[in-house]
Design a protein around this ligand. Structure first.
Ligand code: ARG
Length: 567
């Protein structure tokens, strides 16, 4: 389905020397509806045609054919302003929403595969706030692309390999016990790891022991392997609780250990392509020419490294998962690592290295302070999520104690609040987590959006009315008010918004969009009597309510947030 922006571009394009995509890029939404619903600035054309932009605008205005969905085309200075026929548009958007369950979807990405790496926490270590951001942003970016027709492979690149496992094994064998690990796996394993470092300061021979155990693990020693496997299992179980709460899933759990047997081939390939240099006994790829430190491939003791495993993983995602694009949702602090890995792939001669994208993000602070997992001030993520749910439940207790399915709704709203807070600012910004902000039902928050959605549902329940049973043609759209018109235009913009958010890898575009819809809907709600006795009036307004509900629910789903029907 063409968007109105695309339709207008098609009307303009035959009269100017630009192609459709250039035309689309120039077409703008004026800040104020008096200036039209779309505006086409003629400055760029003026340069191209060496003619005054005002003159071009006037000629273009005359050349635009009359079509039933355009109310007016006007020249103002160097702009051609387009006014859409409101009644036509409202009817069109509402029938599209009524007829197509997948209203707003597009197929621009069909035939292309994206492998997206997100969450990727470390076994035997805490699930940090960075992992939370990666999980939430990654899930939204994946949803957006899926919605645009891409085949999306969601990969959890668990940190389940590396020398630290030698340390955890040694510490566990010396000081650990089965029961405590079972009860509280991550905390216990983190404690053991911390203890290892403390003790190793006085007994440096522990380090050798740890190296030995990691070696054993790499060589497939049974005892080492069984312990490691157990650490992975218990950690995963705990991560899974977080994923369940967040409502996030993966197509592949391919941790770093998965690449163990694929590493020799990578090293051999680097060697064969003459990219390896020996430096202090270690094998590296020099990147000085590109203003980067060397990429470490193999330590002097033969152990492979994080980057080596990422090279193997990239090859796997391209060759086996058939990914055309590779996304990595990982905090900004790893941007050098990804620049190095992508550069090495390029030096290996892989064209597709330019399709590798690091989707970075900024820090999240908790009530103004840095989240810390250091002992004594651990903020556990599952606890934050549970606490959010409890706080919402307390609000419901106060406002609407008899709400059916209250437990589920408290969960949807409590978790949604945290996700929305994470997604509403551009991912690169540092964000702050403050209870009074994220749970404010009147602010620009998840609960506000969910509440607006529930308000739409409640109106429809009260009216015992459904969009599906309605003859939209019998509605009266001849007097679309200015407030309604701004709302209709937003509702008509779902596809364009998702497309922009996906192109810019920025879910906050969708979060802002759904806030705009809710604010506009609430203006409409406060100025309009919806459930009157006039059947046509009532149905016409209810159609607006139903369409708003539809687009809010879809936007929330794309962000990974539930839309309960009552709060
Ligand atoms: N496990 C890593 C960490 O917690 C993140 C992994 C990101 N993905 C990757 N392919 N390197 O820092």
């Amino acid at each position: 389905m063409l968007t109105y922006k695309e339709k207008i571009a098609k009307l303009i394009e035959p009269h100017i020397p630009f192609d459709e995509s250039q035309t689309l890029r120039l077409l703008d939404y004026p800040p104020n509806s008096n200036m039209g619903d779309f505006a086409f600035p003629c400055f760029t054309l003026a340069k191209e045609l060496r003619k005054a932009p005002q003159m071009i605008a006037a000629e273009l205005t005359n050349a635009i054919p009359k079509v039933e969905w355009l109310a007016n085309v006007e020249t103002v200075g160097a702009y051609v302003n387009f006014f859409i026929q409101r009644s036509y548009f409202a009817f069109d958007v509402s029938t599209q929403i009524q007829d197509h369950a997948d209203y707003g979807k597009s197929a621009v990405g069909s035939g292309q595969t994206i492998a997206i790496d997100y969450s990727s926490p470390n076994v035997a270590k805490s699930f940090t706030v960075g992992h939370l951001r990666s999980t939430v942003i990654g899930n939204a970016v994946a949803n957006l692309h899926e919605w645009l027709g891409y085949q999306v492979e969601r990969v959890n690149h668990l940190g389940d390999w590396g020398t630290q496992f030698g340390k955890v094994i040694v510490a566990y064998k010396k000081w650990g016990n089965v029961e405590t690990v079972k009860q509280n796996p991550i905390d216990e394993l983190v404690d053991l790891y911390v203890r290892f470092h403390r003790e190793a300061e006085e007994h440096p021979e522990l380090e050798d022991e740890a190296r030995l155990w990691f070696r054993k693990l790499e060589d497939g020693d049974k005892e080492a392997y069984e312990l490691w496997k157990w650490f992975v299992e218990v950690s995963l179980k705990e991560f899974d609780r977080t994923y369940q709460l967040l409502g996030v899933a993966f197509d592949h759990y391919l941790g770093e250990s998965f690449y163990n047997d694929k590493m020799d081939a990578v090293v051999a390939e680097l060697e064969q392509k003459q990219l390896l240099t020996t430096s202090d006994g270690a094998e590296v790829v020099l990147l000085e020419e590109y203003n980067m430190p060397p990429c470490l491939i193999k330590k002097s003791d033969g152990a492979t490294l994080y980057a080596t495993r990422d090279l193997a993983a990239a090859l796997y995602r391209h060759n086996v998962l058939h990914a055309d694009k590779l996304f990595y949702v990982v905090g900004n602090e790893q941007s050098l690592h990804f620049k190095q890995v992508f550069k090495v792939l390029e030096l290996m001669g892989y064209e597709w290295a330019k399709e590798c994208v690091h989707i970075g993000f900024g820090l999240m602070k908790f009530e103004g302070k840095k989240f810390s997992t250091r002992k004594g001030q651990i903020i556990r993520l599952n606890e934050v999520l549970e606490q959010s749910i409890q706080r919402v439940d307390a609000i419901i207790e106060e406002k609407n104690p008899n709400l059916p399915e209250r437990e589920q709704i408290a969960k949807d709203v409590g978790v949604g609040a945290i996700i929305f807070n994470d997604l509403k600012s551009h991912r690169l910004h540092e964000i702050d987590f403050r209870w009074e902000d994220i749970l404010n039902f009147d602010g620009e928050t998840g609960p506000y959006v969910q509440y607006t959605h529930a308000r739409c549902c409640s109106l429809m329940r009260k009216a015992e009315w459904q969009l599906a049973d309605t003859d939209v043609a019998a509605c009266d759209f001849s007097h679309v008010s200015d407030i309604e018109w701004e709302l209709w235009k937003l509702l008509g913009n779902l596809q364009d918004t998702v497309q922009r958010a996906a192109e810019q890898l920025d879910p906050s575009i969708v979060a802002r969009y759904v806030i705009d819809i809710c604010q506009q809907f609430n203006r409409f709600y406060h100025e309009t009597k919806i459930l009157t006795d006039d059947a046509v009036h009532r149905m016409t307004k209810l159609v607006i309510v139903a369409c708003t509900r539809n687009v809010i629910a879809k936007s929330l789903a794309l962000l990974g947030i539930q839309a309960p029907e009552a709060i």
